[in-house]
Design a protein around this ligand. Structure first.
Ligand code: ADP
Ligand code: MG
Length: 699
């Protein structure tokens, strides 16, 4: 057992109370965990603030001056107060705890560094429980103080247990004393050498007790690299492991189903990109290895057709396929599309969603198990235990970003030999994200739209222009076109959003009155049959306008619709807006997207809307979204691990994301099983991680 595995209670200065708080508040159990609790900033001792400079906005500061003898205050809670003075003024220092000790230890007449966060109350500035450091006449301090003071996150509970930032720093000092200059490496020596990284021990020392700015920078880079390296390792090792198993269904045949569809049913020529991608997938499917491929393509690039062609190949090789969609609407839409496209070819397609009646469901499941269903379309209902296939050979997951990795792997176990998996994303994924999140997948991109598409014209409008916008909608409707009006629906304020939607609907009805105009309305709280009825009315062209929440975000295909008007557009994510915009521009006519916002937008909001106005390219928009909002706001990333990164930021640290990935790849290329002794620490890391131990914390 290495020092870092040592229980935190073995550390000098950690009694049961502190241990409990460290565990509860910070998840720190071992010495290694403690070391991974990095300062979130540093105070520079040489950067002293004057009292006269303090105001309500001051954050943590370092002051330098003298402290008066603390006085006990009479009141309900016992407390001590002292006056701190520097040449520019005075403030008050206050203590609620450890009063006796404070009273005895303050040396009047000596100079102190005082650190803390000032609070302003009327004219009075005070600092509660400041960290103090005696400067002049320093008997008792046995070392020259370092130029930086690490500042650690702390909570009320931690502070009460004596673990203020300073208390934490003291624990760190004790921890480093135990390490005796050594900490075992995780990264292989060759990597440390190649990237000229400081040793793990040095990096830790420099992060917690830096001597200068450069040390902070070097150490932070090293720990970020390590963090990203381990993230990549996790994903990529999984990929190599799967490839090694060499147990994929072999689809050698391109047979009758595929050929007849291609010859008789294909309504148009495939785009070059579609052909290339089908070829890539076909090669995977006959390689003898299980395919795990990510298919990216902008909205409307024709991913569904690619999926269908591959499902037909599976069928030609005697296997069933399934297609899993994130919403019922989208599943139904896929079902209808596929039924229509394959009509007359004798392919047995079924739809399985939450709203299929129990009896019908039972029947579908039974036929599925007996091999009498060729293609099963559905929602996450497909991963239920009770859904058993006869011989599942090919799985398509549409809009992956809403499914977790765990859900993905549930489908693998549906067959003795794991089926080939194709993950399709409707929202293009920024490169850095794709590189990490989907590091275990091969990647195909459809980078070409079917011919004849006119780029959608996007404009930004505010309330002042509302009537003009309505006038424009009337003109489009007069030309026989149809219009979407979409309201945001954000989970937390669902009720409010519904009110917004209904008000918006009422307003639309008054501006677009019956009988001249027909408006259908769709939202998530509607019974499915009413929803279906309203959608159908719009699809058939009986309604001119469809007012809805984002339920139409995916899965409505009405080529005659030419206007997408988005209300409160500033409340949507860019990728979501792009997705919505993709609902129009599907026919031959010029289409429009109108982004309505309030008048006063923040700079960021303006920038985001402008990105939409300027670009029709889903990949560029995804990159911009990531940069402007950060990964935390991107849908579906919650279980990804990317948000758990302590130091690295996949946007700001893109070069490190790349170099660490290359490094992992280089290692796995020559040693895919990590059996070289030099890579033992990596293997150990993965084992621990898979056993539910988070090594990132343990070291
Ligand atoms: P997405 O990639 O967003 O899922 P779809 O598969 O829904 O796109 O395709 C969008 C539309 O483009 C559909 O109406 C589809 O029939 C049509 N389409 C697909 N491929 C082609 C092609 N090669 N040529 C012309 N139209 C195509
Ligand atoms: Mg699609």
């Amino acid at each position: 057992m290495s020092v870092t595995d040592m229980d935190i209670t073995m550390l000098k200065g950690v009694g049961p109370a502190k241990a409990l708080q460290l565990q509860r508040e910070l998840g720190i159990f071992t010495l290694g965990d403690l070391l991974m609790h990095f300062p979130y900033r540093y105070l520079d001792r040489s950067h002293v603030t004057k009292v006269s400079e303090l105001d309500a906005d001051s954050s943590l500061v370092v002051l330098r001056g003298h402290i008066s003898q603390p006085q006990a205050q009479i009141g309900r809670t016992p407390l001590l107060k002292a006056t701190f003075t520097d040449p520019t003024g005075s403030i008050e220092l206050v203590w609620f705890k450890g009063l006796r000790w404070i009273q005895d230890s303050i040396k009047v007449g000596y100079e102190y560094l005082v650190m803390g966060k000032p609070t302003v109350f009327g004219n009075q500035i005070s600092i509660a429980h400041p960290d103090l450091e005696l400067l002049s006449g320093t008997q008792g301090t046995d070392h020259t103080p370092l130029p930086f003071i690490p500042v650690y996150n702390s909570t009320e509970k931690l502070k009460n247990a004596g673990l203020s930032s300073k208390g934490m720093a003291r624990l760190m000092e004790n921890a480093f004393r135990m390490l005796e200059g050594h900490l075992s490496e995780i990264l292989p020596a060759s990597v440390v050498a190649q990237y000229q990284l400081p040793s793990r021990y040095e990096a830790m020392r420099m992060i917690h007790f830096p001597r200068n700015h450069q040390e902070i920078a070097i150490a932070t880079q090293r720990m970020k690299f390590e963090e990203l390296f381990l993230l990549h390792l996790d994903y990529q090792y999984a990929k190599y492991e799967r490839q090694r198993k060499n147990n994929g269904l072999v689809f050698n045949t391109v047979g009758e189903h595929f050929n007849r569809f291609y010859a008789e049913k294909l309504p148009f020529e495939l785009t070059g990109a579609q052909k290339r991608v089908v070829k890539e997938i076909r090669n995977d499917m006959r390689s003898g290895k299980q395919m795990n491929r990510l298919l990216q393509g902008d909205v409307g690039s024709g991913k569904t057709l690619v999926a269908l062609l591959c499902m037909l190949i599976a069928l030609d090789n005697g296997c069933q396929s399934c297609l899993m969609a994130p919403t019922e609407i989208l599943a139904t839409q896929h079902y209808n599309t596929l039924c229509r496209m394959t009509e007359g070819l004798g392919i047995r397609i079924e739809l399985l969603t939450g709203s299929v009646k129990a009896a019908a469901k039972r029947k579908i499941k039974q036929r599925l198990q007996e091999g009498e269903v060729d293609l099963l379309i559905g929602t996450h209902a497909l991963i239920e235990e009770s859904v058993q296939f006869h011989n599942l050979g090919f799985v398509v997951i549409d809009e992956q970003h809403r499914f977790g990795v765990a859900q993905r792997s549930k489908l693998w176990t549906k067959n003795e030999i794991p089926p080939h998996i194709l993950v399709m994303t409707a929202t293009p994924i920024p490169r850095t994200l794709a590189m990490t999140l989907y590091g275990d997948l091969e990647c195909s991109v459809i980078d070409e739209l079917p011919p004849g598409r006119k780029p959608i014209r996007t404009t930004h409008a505010t309330e002042a222009q509302r009537l003009a916008v309505y006038g424009f909608l009337r003109k489009q409707i007069a030309l026989g076109r149809q219009v979407y009006v979409v309201y945001p629906l954000i989970q937390e304020s669902e009720k409010m959003d519904l009110v917004d939607l209904m008000n918006g609907y009422d307003a639309m009805v008054s501006y677009f009155p019956l009988p001249q105009y027909q408006i259908s309305i769709v939202h998530g709280k509607m019974p499915p049959d009413v929803k279906a009825y309203e959608m159908e009315r719009f699809k058939k062209g009986e309604a001119n306008i469809m007012v809805s929440t984002t339920v139409i975000e995916v899965g409505v295909d009405v080529p005659n619709a030419t206007v997408m008007m988005v209300e409160n557009a500033e409340r949507f994510g860019l990728s979501q807006l792009h997705q919505l915009r993709g609902r129009v521009g599907r026919g031959a006519d010029q289409s429009y997207c109108i982004l309505m916002t309030k008048n006063n937008l923040s700079t960021t909001a303006k920038e985001r809307i402008q990105t939409m106005v300027n670009s029709n390219d889903g990949f560029r928009i995804a990159e911009a979204d990531l940069k402007l909002r950060g990964p935390g706001d991107i849908q579906g990333l919650q279980q990804s691990g990317i948000l758990d990164l302590r130091l690295a930021d996949i946007v700001d640290d893109e070069p490190l994301v790349r170099s660490s990935r290359e490094s992992v790849q280089a290692i796995l290329d020559v040693d895919p099983t990590l059996s070289n002794p030099e890579h033992y620490s990596l293997l150990l890391y993965l084992r621990n991680k898979r056993n539910g131990i988070n090594w990132g914390k343990i070291s």
